[in-house]
Design a protein around this ligand. Structure first.
Ligand SMILES: Cc1cc2nc3c(=O)[nH]c(=O)nc-3n(C[C@H](O)[C@H](O)[C@H](O)COP(=O)(O)OP(=O)(O)OC[C@H]3O[C@@H](n4cnc5c(N)ncnc54)[C@H](O)[C@@H]3O)c2cc1C
Length: 494
């Protein structure tokens, strides 16, 4: 019998009615599950615990024996090869509530996953529970109010596309399949941040489930303490189920692209770049990457976005073109979506990567010399040392106005080592990044929470929160006294 004929027989209806039965007793029938407790102790969840949890979910409960276990546990970076004991793939806020209550009741070691792009691999956990909101994808734009309600599993590209259809946008990161959740909660740096502020500055409200299993709204009038903490405090305070963003008008055609220069002019180029950005309009965003070139050797690539009036664009970017003799100039009019898509990678990363980053108040001659000296002695085939421009609207928000503290920084420096998998580049690249970081760290003042490696120390995490750490600790103590949400740049509730 063909599938179409089967559906017509009415047996399909019978199939639907037996589905819940199959969910409980079927191919992935429950048996007891060994799992780690929040304190690291080995626990065992009974078969009936598992059955009860599964029966109460609209989404899926995945265990190590589920046929889709390997695809469900995969993070964007394949190097974080975590093996959780349980994955709850939430279909909605109700599932999130159920999963959080289960985690709290059983005191389970718990990770929360959105887009899966974590640079520290903390959105999954070996032998623990993963609360995965990635099936929850929805963008609902109100073009009149210029707002978007966005479910927490949504990816940046989905938000960008839906908003662009209405001639609107808000600040988002530069790779489309990054999750809105992790990016927004840590801050959110992107091409429009100098103009409109960080992604978290554009959040009007959150909906979330806190460790006690309660669903809450956090905005300027409801739970304002949580509203403050969620804008830059990372995933410390609960599982966010939806965000409401402020959108802004954006012309259908803006200006940008990449322009490439020979590596040999690095010192002069960086000096000129620092000068240009010191007086640049908020509409201009320029990132500089000193990097290995695809064809071999090394190069300097500038990634440019100018979102001001198109008629002014050539004049505004003219000084960038004079930073050296370009080897390739791909600057020109483009839609915001085209510019946003330029860094996309097809599917999940197939490379290993190790990244360290830090925020600097300015690019000084000593910093330029330190960076270029280090790169001149680099023997790696693949590397990237990047300067992301900040300032503008980010800087005009007081450091205490939201949990995101490091408002005064004008650049975010990133050292990235990456290698093909399978391959043995991990050690060489990690050492290279650590070496780069030793050189750069004396110039940095604070870190960006979303660029925190798994080996980051508590001090490093605290340098992301600065003096806000005291208030964050009090809020953490109130909403998550047992530190259920600890797989992040953690704020301890003591
Ligand atoms: C290729 C790539 C490009 C990037 N580009 C940018 C960029 O342009 N700008 C920028 O600012 N950052 C960028 N980042 C860093 C990015 O912001 C972080 O990796 C961020 O954590 C990714 O969010 P996610 O939801 O995809 O991650 P996940 O790995 O799913 O989650 C990361 C962390 O966020 C928290 N979290 C996730 N979902 C929830 C939720 N629903 N509720 C509560 N907490 C949650 C958890 O603590 C989790 O450990 C980039 C990262 C990568 C890998």
């Amino acid at each position: 019998m063909r599938r179409r004929d089967f559906c017509a027989t009415g047996l399909a209806t019978l199939g639907a009615s037996v589905f819940p039965y199959r969910r409980v007793f079927g191919a992935d029938a429950a048996s007891s599950v060994p799992i780690l407790g929040i304190d690291g102790r080995q626990l065992t969840l009974s078969a009936s615990d598992i059955q009860d949890l599964r029966a109460g979910l609209r989404g899926e409960l995945i265990t190590a024996t589920s046929p889709n276990y390997d695809s469900a546990r995969r993070l964007w970076f394949p190097t974080f090869d975590r093996h959780p004991a349980l994955i709850v793939r939430c279909a909605g806020a109700g599932d999130v509530r159920r999963a959080v209550s289960f985690a709290t009741a059983h005191k389970l070691l718990t990770a929360v996953r959105g887009g899966g792009h974590s640079i520290s691999g903390q959105s999954s956990v070996d032998n623990g529970l993963v609360i995965d909101v990635s099936p929850m994808r929805m963008v609902d734009v109100d073009p009149v109010a210029r707002r978007a309600r966005v479910a927490s599993g949504t990816l940046l590209g989905q938000l960008d596309m839906e908003a662009a259809e209405f001639g609107l946008a808000t600040t988002a990161g530069t790779v489309a399949d990054t999750g809105v959740a992790g990016l927004t909660l840590g801050g959110g740096i992107g091409r429009l941040a100098r103009k409109f502020g960080l992604t978290c500055d554009n959040v009007l409200g959150f909906e979330l489930v806190t460790a006690d299993g309660n669903w809450r709204r956090a905005n300027a009038t409801e739970n304002p303490d949580l509203f403050w903490a969620l804008r830059g405090g990372g995933g410390n305070f609960g599982v966010v189920t939806s965000f409401e963003y402020q959108l802004h008008e954006l012309a259908p055609v803006i200006y940008g692209g990449t322009i490439t220069f020979p590596f040999e002019g690095a010192r002069a180029l960086l000096r000129g770049y620092a000068q240009i950005m010191a007086t640049a309009p908020d509409e201009l965003d320029v990132d500089v990457d000193l990097q290995s070139a695809r064809k071999g050797g090394r190069e300097i690539a500038l990634t440019v976005c100018y979102c001001g009036p198109l008629a002014d664009a050539e004049r505004v970017v003219a000084p960038l073109r004079k930073l050296g003799k370009p080897t390739e100039d791909k600057l020109g009019p483009a839609s915001y979506l085209t510019l946003q898509g330029s860094a996309n990678m097809p599917g999940l990363s197939d490379a290993g990567a190790y990244i360290k980053g830090g925020l600097v108040p300015s690019i000084t001659p000593a910093l330029i010399d330190a960076v270029v000296d280090y790169l001149e002695h680099t023997t790696l085939d693949t590397f990237d040392l990047g300067f992301e421009s900040l300032g503008g609207a980010i800087k005009r928000v007081a450091p205490t106005a939201t949990a995101y503290w490091n408002r005064g920084a004008t650049f975010n420096l990133l050292a990235l080592g990456y290698w093909k998998l399978p391959g043995d580049g991990a050690e060489r690249n990690t050492e290279w990044v650590k070496g780069a970081w030793k050189v750069i760290e004396p110039f940095s003042q604070g870190h960006y929470v979303n660029i925190m490696t798994s080996d980051a120390t508590e001090n490093r995490a605290h340098s992301a929160y600065g003096d806000n750490v005291t208030r964050l600790t009090a809020i953490k103590k109130r909403y998550d006294p047992d530190n259920l949400f600890r797989m992040n740049a953690n704020i301890k509730p003591v």
